[in-house]
Design a protein around this ligand. Structure first.
Ligand code: HEC
Length: 233
């Protein structure tokens, strides 16, 4: 395994612990994964062995207090997962599950120094950019765990999984960004990156890439739709 992969795996391990507090919300929105996780302890254990960090998290949450097991899993997720997780998962984790900021790596998700994005946060983006962003929003290949953005945030304008703070124009405060990455407010593209590395369990998109630009532009439109502002979707 390359050093890079190793670093990423550690980061994801940390993120998953920190994500435990959002698990109830996620549990609401990731219906399929939850069904899987709630099928019983066997399923939860099986999920520990799966490569999906998100279902690891969801399964852990279901197991009530499994964040400790996630901590253990950080270094040794695979081996550990083979069937021992159940025993360790019982009731150890309440403290960690409160979502205390442990400091996610904001360097991976914050705009680089001097970066200037190719989309506008006031909603003035070309139609093709929005169409492309919408396409990516449904694209499960962006994640490493089979999820698309729409898996959690809903399809066809359902606009699920957002807090009321989403009604403020970007940049604004987002609980997940503040609690896990110590970022007091985020731009749309930074939030896309956070959802890429945390719930989507993937690498951040390349800064300046058309994927990141289009997704961020699309999110600005969704934000405007949710806020009841004129929008272009
Ligand atoms: C596993 C579920 C999940 C997936 C998949 C997911 N998100 Fe999120 N998303 C969340 C949660 C949880 C929040 C945090 C809500 C909060 O803290 O206010 C969030 C917040 C956001 C926000 C911020 C809303 C605001 O208030 O500004 C944006 C934008 C966003 N997600 C975009 C995306 C995009 C784009 C993708 C795909 C690349 C994606 N999300 C994938 C769960 C998910």
């Amino acid at each position: 395994m390359s050093q890079h992969d190793d670093k990423r795996r550690k980061l994801l391990g940390r993120l998953n612990r920190q994500l435990a507090y959002t698990a109830p919300l996620l549990a609401l929105v990731v219906g399929g994964a939850v069904l899987q996780a709630s099928a019983g302890d066997d399923a939860a254990v099986a999920d520990f062995a799966s490569p999906s960090d998100t279902s690891l998290m969801l399964a852990s949450n279901h197991a009530e207090g499994a964040a400790e097991a996630q901590g253990e899993a950080e270094g040794e997720a695979q081996g550990e997962a083979e069937g021992q997780a159940e025993g360790e998962a019982e009731g150890q984790a309440e403290g960690e599950a409160e979502g205390e900021a442990e400091g996610g790596d904001s360097a991976a998700v914050a705009r680089p120094e001097g970066y200037s994005p190719a989309y506008s946060e006031t909603g003035d983006n070309p139609r093709e950019m929005l169409v492309r962003g919408e396409e990516l929003y449904y694209d499960t290949s962006l994640s490493s765990n089979g999820l698309a953005c729409a898996s959690c945030h809903g399809s066809d304008g359902q606009d699920m999984g957002y807090n009321p703070t989403f009604e403020q124009p970007f940049p604004h405060r987002v609980a997940m960004a503040a609690n896990q990455f110590g970022m007091s407010e985020v731009h749309a593209d930074e939030m896309v990156q956070i959802c890429m590395v945390a719930p989507m369990a993937a690498e951040p998109l390349e800064w300046g890439s058309e994927e990141l630009t289009s997704l961020a532009a699309y999110m600005v439109e969704v934000q405007r739709r949710v806020a009841g502002e004129p929008h272009d979707l």
